[in-house]
Design a protein around this ligand. Structure first.
Ligand code: TYM
Length: 334
């Protein structure tokens, strides 16, 4: 059976980008297609300046939202990364497989280093080694598929490289995984800055729609989205009209009834397009928000799901990580 693994960081509130680019595929497709594991990757949230209480709060919120979005704990494994020691255990061994140069080439490392330096913050060493921990997340479970948005492609490629290198040097140990992406909305852009990805940690610009935003907030954000200066025809052109293209992709992903190209032809004005995008997004998010409110009222339920998930995950990861330790030359405990 296909083993599937993916994760989400509790660094901010879940966005429409997270939902359309990843989470919705997990709930609608992946959990029914194979043996699937989904992880709240809290260790990854410590790679940049963080507030411990906030990370804790967001970890619970993300877990609750994944259930609200439709993950079924009877059909998949939902757990928190720090509850399963195998991730950190394997990460070190993979650090001994990766090179300093390949880590420094990671786009997210370069981008976040610039951001940290601009904010006068020091760059944590864990930001550099982060993609290795991500590789460990995936390889520990022998996952062959990793459903992610576009921005994670390079990290999954690195994971493949490390798996192949390790297998060649030390013997067949890891499954070599591949990334899978949604057909539309694999990279939802910021509504105020369509050149940038819609990201959880962008502050206060109104360009990010959060899954838990109230309907009127969603509407306001969409209606104020940057399109382009011309009042020309509604066209799907990512290069020349990135704002409009983004709205068309979001609409297509939210059941607008066609591909972005097809939808473009049915609008005479940007205003009409925005109104339909706002309606579609509100309707897609409404059930998730409602279910989240119900589940949040019973935190014991989430705790139980995560406890069982961690136990299952540990049992799955342990043999592979033990095999990697033996293959690389570490002495088994007597
Ligand atoms: P994270 O937490 O940034 O994002 C979670 C998922 O959401 C996708 N995503 C988007 N998709 C479309 N448009 C966007 N604007 C957008 N923003 C985010 C991401 O591609 C991702 O699939 N490094 C990962 C977390 C991780 C992981 C893993 C993923 C850690 N270990 C192992 C897969 C397997 C991350 O930062 O995701």
């Amino acid at each position: 059976m296909t083993r599937i693994f993916s994760g989400i960081k509790p660094t901010g509130h879940m966005t429409l980008g997270n939902y359309l680019g990843a989470v919705r595929q997990w709930t609608e497709v992946d959990q029914h297609r194979g043996e699937a594991l989904f992880c709240v990757v809290d260790l990854h949230a410590l790679t940049v300046e963080h507030d411990p209480a906030r990370v804790l709060r967001l970890s619970r919120q993300v877990g609750t939202l994944l259930l609200a979005a439709g993950l079924d704990p009877a059909g998949c494994t939902l757990f928190v990364q720090s509850h399963v020691d195998e991730h950190a255990r394997l990460s070190y061994v993979l650090e001994c497989t990766a090179s300093d140069g390949e880590m420094r080439r990671m786009i997210q490392y370069k981008e976040k280093t610039v951001q940290a330096q601009a904010a006068g913050e020091s760059v944590r060493l864990s930001l550099l080694t982060y993609p290795v921990l991500m590789a460990a997340d995936i390889l520990a479970y022998g996952a062959s598929e990793v459903p992610v948005g576009d921005d994670q492609t390079q990290h999954v490629e690195l994971t493949r490289d490390l798996a192949v290198r390790f297998n060649q040097k030390y013997g067949q140990t890891f499954v070599v995984p591949r990334a899978t992406r949604p057909t539309v909305a694999a990279r939802v852009m910021d509504l105020q800055d369509p050149a940038s990805k819609m990201g959880k940690t962008t502050v206060g610009t109104g360009g990010v729609v959060f899954v838990l935003d109230e309907a009127d907030v969603v509407r306001k954000k969409v209606m104020r989205a940057v399109t382009d200066s011309g009042s020309g025809a509604v066209e799907y052109d990512r290069e020349k009209k990135p704002g409009v293209a983004n709205l068309l992709e979001v609409l297509a992903a939210c059941g607008g009834g066609g591909t972005p190209e097809e939808l473009a032809g049915s609008y005479a004005s940007y205003g009409a397009l925005k109104k339909d995008v706002a309606d579609a997004v509100v309707e897609v998010l409404r059930p998730v928000r409602e279910r989240h409110a119900e589940l949040a009222a019973d935190p014991g339920y989430l705790d139980g799901v995560l406890r069982e998930g961690a136990a299952r995950a540990r049992a799955m990861a342990r043999p592979t990580v033990d095999a990697a330790y033996r293959a690389i030359g570490l002495m088994p405990a007597g």
